[in-house]
Design a protein around this ligand. Structure first.
Ligand SMILES: *Cc1c(COP(=O)(O)O)cnc(C)c1O
Length: 374
């Protein structure tokens, strides 16, 4: 059987990006592998990142952490989105570090520690201004509670998350940094000094050394993608190599006359006699339905998508002189170096960002891996 579409992940790029990030960070790196490693494949990416010198793995869900442990990965793992009622007992038994953003979660984790007969390893999550995860209104009460129960758990870290790290000039960044230092001081005030303070995501790791503390949590940059092309520059200018290429086959190539309407809703009409290609991938595979202004690379030429993206396919204008043939591969996105479209271009074409483009490529698209060069 032939594939009609494939994601090709170059693990060598992941390894190179980790090396680059380690050099910039100057502190240990947590490779963030949530959401199936941003669509790149959880286990192989995690193994590659560890082999390249990342010391920690970060995930959102407990299921993700259990999958890593089941694959035999022994590196420390932090999990930060296990809501009340989660199997904290299994997490403690599997040596998975847990984020604590609320008293309710703290109390459930303490209970699980007692059941396990083993102290949970926790990272206290504080809300320094993003108004999403972490302690805010309960902070004082939690400090009192910790003072009374600190021996029930092992306090490994304190952490927070930036809302606007990709906007270097924003005041909110220095405000969050200040608040983070204050909340860390509050802990020190009751004699608790976690060994790991961590605040930086990819953007802050790349541009704000003052936020690095003891560990940086890096997602998008390890996949070779820029956290924000407008404010931080392209992958290329940041010295990163995009690891993911998405390609699909041309299902059909045909001549169509000028004034032909293309696709559902007839949102596009050809303005000349041309050749169109039908690409065998669609919104069920994660190509956003609203995308306009991106397309494919074929025979070294960019062919824009025309009309709406359908569930399993979309149409590109190959141009009247195209020599493309049905059955050939076309590249939907890749590194900018081959002259085609990038995940950034598809993000922009969809009023979204590269993060959403790569994480939403569906499980219907097989992943192929290029190994790390030795
Ligand atoms: C996703 C996530 C990261 C990684 O963010 P990037 O911008 O991809 O580097 C870091 N920390 C937390 C808490 C996250 O949820």
């Amino acid at each position: 059987m032939i594939n009609r579409a494939e994601v090709v992940v170059d693990l060598n790029c992941i390894a190179m990006n980790i090396s680059k990030i380690r050099a910039v960070a100057g502190v240990p790196v947590m490779a963030v592998v949530k959401a199936d490693a941003y669509g790149h494949g959880l286990i192989l990416v995690a193994q590659t990142a560890i082999a390249a010198g990342a010391q920690w793995l970060g995930v959102a869900l407990l299921e993700e952490a259990f999958t890593l442990r089941a694959a035999g990965i022994q590196a420390p793992i932090l999990c930060w989105l296990a809501p009340p009622g989660s199997d904290y007992l299994a997490a403690i038994r599997s040596e998975i570090d847990l984020a604590v953003p609320s008293i309710q979660i703290y109390e459930e984790i303490v209970l699980a520690s007692q059941l396990a007969g083993k102290r949970a390893r926790i990272h206290i999550e504080v809300d320094t201004g993003m108004t999403r995860g972490g302690f805010l209104d309960e902070w004082e009460t939690f400090i009192d509670l910790l003072q009374a129960s600190r021996d029930d758990v092992e306090i490994i870290g304190i952490f927070s998350h930036f809302a606007r790290a990709d906007e270097p000039g924003a005041d909110q960044n220095s405000d969050q940094l200040k608040r983070f230092t204050q909340m860390s001081d509050d802990l020190n005030g009751i004699g608790i000094e976690p060994s790991l303070h961590h605040l930086s995501n990819s953007a802050a790791t790349l541009i704000d050394a003052a936020s690095h503390f003891d560990l940086v949590r890096v997602g998008i940059a390890m996949y070779g993608l820029t956290p924000d092309r407008e404010n931080l520059g392209s992958s290329n200018s940041l010295g990163l190599r995009p690891a993911m290429t998405l390609r699909a086959r041309l299902h059909l190539v045909k001549k169509v006359p000028s004034h032909s309407f293309v696709g559902y809703g007839a949102s596009f009409q050809t303005e000349r006699d041309t050749v169109i290609g039908v690409v065998a991938i669609g919104y069920a595979d994660g190509i956003p339905r609203i995308a306009t202004g991106a397309g494919v690379l074929t025979h070294g030429i960019k062919a824009p998508s025309v009309g709406r993206i359908s569930m399993d396919q979309f149409v590109v204008d190959l141009g009247p002189d195209s020599t493309a043939k049905a059955g050939e591969w076309v590249t939907i996105f890749s590194s900018s170096e081959d002259g085609g479209y990038t995940a950034d271009d598809w993000g922009k074409a969809s009023q979204s960002i590269n993060y959403e483009i790569v994480t939403r490529i569906g499980s219907r698209v097989p992943r192929l891996y290029l190994p790390v060069h030795s």
